[in-house]
Design a protein around this ligand. Structure first.
Ligand code: CIR
Length: 253
């Protein structure tokens, strides 16, 4: 069970954040409303929501997931791979230290975004992407193995971050899209296969008794419900415009 989450309010500069999508400029007011709804959904899932204040120096800093990897026993402060995001960790580090006594760091020349790290029970999958390099992935693998977790490094082909295309729902069940549908590293899991036209819905989060999914993906919702999970749908339009998904907006521990 998760007890805590950390989120960060988007600042007005959010509209200038990084993106590879052509979905247009986010509407700041709408992003704030969607962020409020996200916090309410987390609370419905029974977790405490610790909110960090906005920081307009870092347009993408509402995507807190990329700054750390958290386990029940220790925290790893990441070394985000985008130059404009790297210093987000300066504010995140003290926030995380309020909850953890044991922490590690990913250090240059290793780079790693938390969005490239997926935990399935005691096994972590670490994606190699535009943001996470082999050196960063190896550092994390070594940390995790020293703490008795398993770790597998996965080369991404098309997805932005590992978790853009795959989520873990517990009970050995993965939600998979695109290159992960038949990926050998995930062969042993039960799979909920996201149809190509609903690929964005592959980034969903299981928070205690609910799976939070993006609104507007009825086939994926039905598949997740049929597998026995209760869902909460959230409009994510303004975060999607900057390549963000549900997992990116919080650290859960
Ligand atoms: C970025 O390019 O870093 C942000 N615009 C989106 C980050 C999304 N984070 C995530 O998938 N974990």
């Amino acid at each position: 069970m998760f007890k805590h989450t950390i989120v960060k309010t988007p600042g007005e500069s959010y509209i200038n954040g990084l993106t590879t999508s052509d979905l247009g400029t986010p509407n700041y007011e709408k992003a704030l409303e969607q962020h409020e709804a996200y916090k309410s959904a987390l609370k419905k899932c029974g977790v405490e929501v610790h909110e960090m204040p906005k920081n307009n120096d870092f347009p993408d800093s509402t995507f807190v997931e990329d700054t750390a990897v958290l386990t029940p026993e220790f925290a790893v402060i990441s070394n985000p791979g985008a130059a404009t995001r790297n210093l987000e960790i300066i504010e995140m580090e003290p926030a995380i230290k309020e909850f953890y006594e044991k922490y590690y760091y990913i250090k240059s020349p290793g780079f790693l975004d938390g969005g490239d790290v997926l935990q399935a029970e005691d096994h972590f999958y670490i994606g190699l992407s535009e943001r996470t390099n082999l050196e960063g992935a190896k550092q994390l693998k070594e940390i995790l193995e020293s703490e008795n977790y398993k770790a597998t490094i996965v080369q991404l082909e098309k997805f932005f971050h590992l978790k853009t295309g795959i989520s873990y729902l517990g009970n050995q069940t993965m939600v998979v899209a695109g290159e992960f549908i038949n990926h050998p590293d995930f062969e042993s899991y039960k799979k909920i296969v996201v149809p190509a036209e609903e690929e964005y819905a592959a980034n969903c989060i299981k928070v205690n008794d609910y799976v939070i999914i993006p609104a507007g993906y009825p086939q994926t919702k039905a598949l997740i419900n049929d597998a026995g999970y209760q869902t909460i749908e959230l409009d994510m339009s303004e975060f999607r415009k900057l390549d963000g998904g549900l997992s990116c907006l919080s650290l859960r521990f």
